[in-house]
Ligand binder design. Structure first.
Ligand SMILES: [Zn+2]
Length: 252
């Protein structure tokens, strides 16, 4: 395992800084990629929903944090995907969640309930979740997921990709498997389709876990434009797109 080259920066501006959790010694118990021995990669998508984003919806400054175009593209291109859902996103979009849960192309995982940072600073995600509330936040998202699917994955991804050993210890009791990524697409607040496509394809290799977003709006506006080229590029290199559970079943 190695440390990802950058954080996803889910709800924030230009997340290009490199801040590995523990330089030189990757934390134990965090999955960054699958086996390098087989030509498999997993496309994973996060859906964020913070109180600030809910306020934007209520004010009408953002119409929707569902990237329906990207979801349709995944279906059209028959791309299996693992989708990490924030609990507050699920509550806002129960019908979309039902539709994703019913589609055998997709599997669902937790991206926390509140999408508050488990370690700060974390881009512009605001105040950290108190350590004493971390496990409860994860549990709440898991319970919510179970209302939509009888087969949720055990995977959990930290909001903003921000965590430390204290956060890992705090969520350990919930039994989730923490999954980060080794290929940051840069679609969060991305401003260039070419840059997103190039960066994603350049970092992709056997076993890669790629992180993208399905929130569209002002959080990841170019995802749907970059996605078809990314999928074609990966497939053109002989990399097979699989769900995370399949990637990780083939070896660590
Ligand atoms: Zn996120």
């Amino acid at each position: 395992m190695h440390v990802p080259s950058a954080h996803a920066g889910t709800v924030l501006s230009a997340p290009t800084t490199t801040t590995p959790p523990t330089p030189g010694s990757p934390p134990r118990g965090v999955v960054f990629h699958g086996s390098p021995d087989r030509p498999l990669v997993a496309l994973t998508f996060d859906t964020n929903m913070t109180d600030g984003m809910l306020a934007e919806l209520d004010r009408g400054t953002v119409k929707s944090f569902v990237n329906q175009t990207a979801i349709s593209e995944l279906r059209q291109m028959r791309v299996p995907a693992t989708i990490f859902l924030a609990g507050k996103w699920i509550e806002r979009y129960p019908d979309v969640t039902t539709s994703l849960a019913a589609d055998p192309l997709f599997e669902l995982a937790s991206h926390s309930y509140s999408h508050r940072p488990f370690k700060t600073p974390c881009y512009h995600l605001g105040r950290a979740l108190p350590v004493t509330q971390m496990a409860a936040d994860v549990d709440q998202s898991e319970q919510l997921l179970r209302r939509f699917t009888s087969q949720p994955t055990p995977y959990f991804r930290f909001p903003g990709g921000c965590y430390d050993q204290r956060a890992l210890d705090a969520v350990a009791a919930t039994g989730v498997v923490v999954v980060q990524y080794d290929d940051v697409s840069g679609d969060a607040f991305g401003t260039s389709v070419n840059a997103i496509v190039d960066q994603t394809l350049r970092s992709a290799k056997n076993g890669s876990i790629i992180v993208m977003h399905l929130t569209g709006g002002n959080t990841a506006p170019l995802t749907a434009l970059a996605l078809p080229r990314i999928v074609d590029g990966l497939r053109g290199r002989g990399l097979q797109l699989v769900k995370l559970s399949e990637l990780l079943a083939s070896g660590p």
